[in-house]
Design a protein around this ligand. Structure first.
Ligand code: ADP
Ligand code: MG
Length: 687
């Protein structure tokens, strides 16, 4: 058998089991053996019955002492029999599995693993895992460190274990080691096939650690390598645009309603440096919520346009796109710059018109959502492309856009506060600028975590603020009443209820993801202009929206959100001169939740919040699995394996300095593996 063979080649995998495995992302034998354990149970120790403890899982080695009996208790079928070892005897019971009676005969020896309970005066082991032992001298082959696998889709651990064992038997010989031998030696890494075997069935803790080290190294190694190649890919095409800065820039700056902060000025200098250079810019602008990224985008676009080029600005949500469009239009039109808007709701006719104007060079800046990328708009003179809040886009889309036309400068703006070390990995292909300062005069947002008993007080507080002229967001997580989420508050119902019971005289509106973009924009416009005072919304307002007069944000079911998301949401307020408030409502009793919400109360620094959240939850959950657009980690933890990562980074860099195209024979397998993993057009072309 081969690694890429389908799992249906395995014994015991028919259509039904196959489908369950598919749901776990397992399609091939390779996937199967890369389905690594979540944790392990040490079942090497065998406990004599005389030493057993109740309610803790133990391993016992026993002989069947009575014929299994089938009985009924209410609706349940029970199979019960007695087992014994040299020191004592207990009962074993299986529930709802009548066929179990045929599996055990008096005198046979079994290794059983489970919890022992005292029930109805009987001491019994409940539905244990069991394995027949024919040769007691080989007990070491059965009593082992035992893997526990993640998310089993109603597949028992025993079944998964069996399938993995079967797969390993079939393809262990086929496993290719992509890490070149010299590197393996240098970093003291065991061969891959051994590592794969040991990660599933470790003989002892040393061999487990050796296996993990090996597999983590490889995973990080491949990640780094892909990122460096991506960067090289950019670097190769760098017949970029060299922008000149015209003197109109200072006139433009003078019309802005504020002076740039020092951080903004520094970042602007870095951007201008890139724009002037003959090489294409590929820069990530990182700045906490409210640090003023939009104006940076505006200035950069101004420079590009005044130098005779066109620019594009993309954002993930329609609401945000419209807001950017209006802002840019307002400040740029006086300087003769034409700004166009293209979104999902732009009609075909309007689009044709926009395209014609863009082609003719009459349109200088285009603002849009994904529609901009999906449906190529030809801008013959595209010199600068900016994506706002890129964690929604991911690497691939970034590439797609830059492949269009000439090689424009590329700038990505994100508010996701990623600790520096991680940013270097996740955006290893980009240069990074950080806006680490908020505009002056901002009062820190006051944050409180409360339970739902406080609702009455919250409503009265909102009322008071609205009477003083301020506005308020209320965030509910989901819109549809579906079974599982029934306890979540429905935005529409909740709005209606609040309108009737709490705020009969205050204009309210609601916003959710299933609304037509046009409706969303209308509501947002009304909120921005102050017509709507209280906006009830799902997380669609999460990214970027700017209404400085809003001073309260209430977040219901706060425990359902990641801290990064809460921080983003909170960033919707505190954007003007008034004191702002964030109220996190949660009835969760979980300790971790309480701790997480407490961090929100104590800190308004996105980086601190991100770092703490990573510690409490791990990076997968923090980023949301699909959001960063990078391959998911199967075994490495980008946070706790930071040290390994540094080593790997050094190692990869050196490798690429010596053999940048991986053309040496010793790196053949590495190149193959790389192509297999990063199934990306541009990368393949580059290699
Ligand atoms: P974000 O970085 O979250 O995208 P925005 O660009 O939306 O932040 O800016 C937040 C608010 O701060 C806006 O109202 C903007 O006009 C204002 N702002 C930006 N830069 C400055 C500055 N240097 N001085 C004062 N206010 C500023
Ligand atoms: Mg923004």
């Amino acid at each position: 058998m081969q690694l890429r063979d389908s799992i249906t080649a395995l014994k015991g995998v028919g259509e039904q089991v196959g489908r369950k495995l598919n749901k776990l992302g397992i399609f091939t034998l390779q996937d199967m053996i890369e389905h690594y354990p979540r944790e392990y149970e040490d079942r090497r120790k065998i406990t004599p019955l005389v030493e057993m403890e109740l309610d803790t899982p133990i391993n016992i080695l026993v002989v069947v002492a009575s014929t299994p009996q089938v009985t009924r208790k209410g609706n349940h079928i029970l199979v019960t029999f007695r087992v014994k070892d040299a020191t004592g005897s207990i009962f074993v019971t299986f529930y709802g599995q009548a066929y179990m009676k045929n599996k055990f005969s008096v005198g046979e020896r079994f290794l059983m693993y489970g919890k022992i309970k005292r029930q109805y005066g009987k001491v019994e082991m409940d539905s244990p895992e069991y394995q027949k032992v024919t040769d007691v001298n080989k007990i070491g082959e059965v009593a082992k460190i035992t893997p526990i696998y993640p998310a089993t889709q109603k597949l028992s651990q025993k079944v998964i274990r069996g399938l993995i064992l079967q797969s390993l038997d079939a393809v262990e010989e086929e496993i290719v080691d992509p890490i070149p031998e010299n590197i393996r030696k240098q970093y003291d890494l065991i061969p891959k096939s051994e590592a794969v075997h040991q990660i599933h069935f470790p003989s002892n803790s040393e061999s487990f650690f050796a296996a993990r080290k090996r597999l983590v190294f490889e995973e990080l190694f491949m990640l780094q390598l892909s990122l460096y190649q991506l960067k090289a890919d950019f670097a190769k095409k760098l017949l970029g645009v060299s922008h000149k800065v015209t003197k109109e820039l200072s006139d433009f700056m003078a019309t802005l309603p504020f002076e740039l902060t020092d951080a903004q000025k520094r970042v602007m200098r870095e951007i201008v440096g890139d724009m002037k250079s003959p090489y294409a810019m590929n820069r990530l602008i990182q700045g906490d919520v409210g640090s003023g990224k939009t104006v940076i985008a505006a200035i950069s676009l101004f420079i590009a346009v005044k130098d005779g080029f066109q620019g594009a600005l993309m954002a993930p949500t329609e609401v945000l796109v419209v807001q950017h469009y209006e802002f840019l239009k307002e400040i740029m039109e006086p300087f003769g710059i034409e700004v166009g808007l293209i979104t999902g709701s732009t009609t075909a006719k309007q689009k044709r018109e926009l395209i014609a104007r863009a082609k003719a060079g009459e349109l200088h800046v285009l603002v849009g959502t994904h529609a901009l990328i999906e449906d190529p708009v030809e801008m013959p003179n595209l010199g600068l492309v900016i994506t706002d809040e890129q964690h929604r886009f991911g690497v691939r889309q970034r590439l797609k856009l830059t492949e269009k036309g000439t090689v424009p400068d590329v700038m990505v703006m994100t508010a996701t506060p990623i600790p520096r070390t991680l940013a270097l990995i996740l955006y290893g292909d980009m240069d990074i600028s950080i806006i680490d300062e908020l505009p002056p005069g901002r009062q820190p947002i006051k944050t409180n975590a409360v339970d739902s008993n406080y609702h009455e007080r919250i409503y009265r507080f909102i009322e008071k603020q609205v009477h003083e002229g301020r506005q308020c967001y209320i965030i509910c997580p989901m819109v549809e009443e579906n079974e599982k989420m029934s306890e979540l508050k429905n935005v529409i119902e909740y709005t209606a209820q609040l309108q009737v019971e709490q705020f009969p005289h205050i204009p309210m509106g609601y916003l959710h993801g299933k609304m037509k973009p046009k409706e969303k924009n209308m509501i947002m416009t009304q909120f921005a202009s102050g017509e709507i005072k209280i906006l009830v919304s799902t997380t669609v307002v999460e990214v970027g929206v700017n209404v400085p007069n809003a001073t309260i944000i209430v977040i219901e079911n706060a425990e359902r959100f990641g801290l990064a998301q809460l921080h983003q949401l909170r960033g919707r307020v505190g954007r003007g001169k008034h004191q702002s408030y964030c109220i996190l409502v949660s009835d969760s009793k979980s300790k971790v939740t309480k701790k997480r919400l407490q961090i929100m109360e104590e800190s308004t620094d996105g980086f601190i919040i991100a770092e703490t959240d990573l510690k409490l939850r791990g990076p997968g959950e923090f980023f949301g699995t699909k959001q960063h657009g990078l391959p998911e980690m199967k075994i490495a933890n980008l946070y706790t394996d930071a040290k390994a990562l540094k080593e790997v980074q050094k190692c990869v860099k050196l490798l690429l300095e010596i053999d940048p195209s991986l053309s040496f024979e010793e790196n053949n397998k590495l190149l193959d593996e790389m192509k297999r993993r990063l199934n990306q057009e541009s990368l393949h072309n580059a290699l």
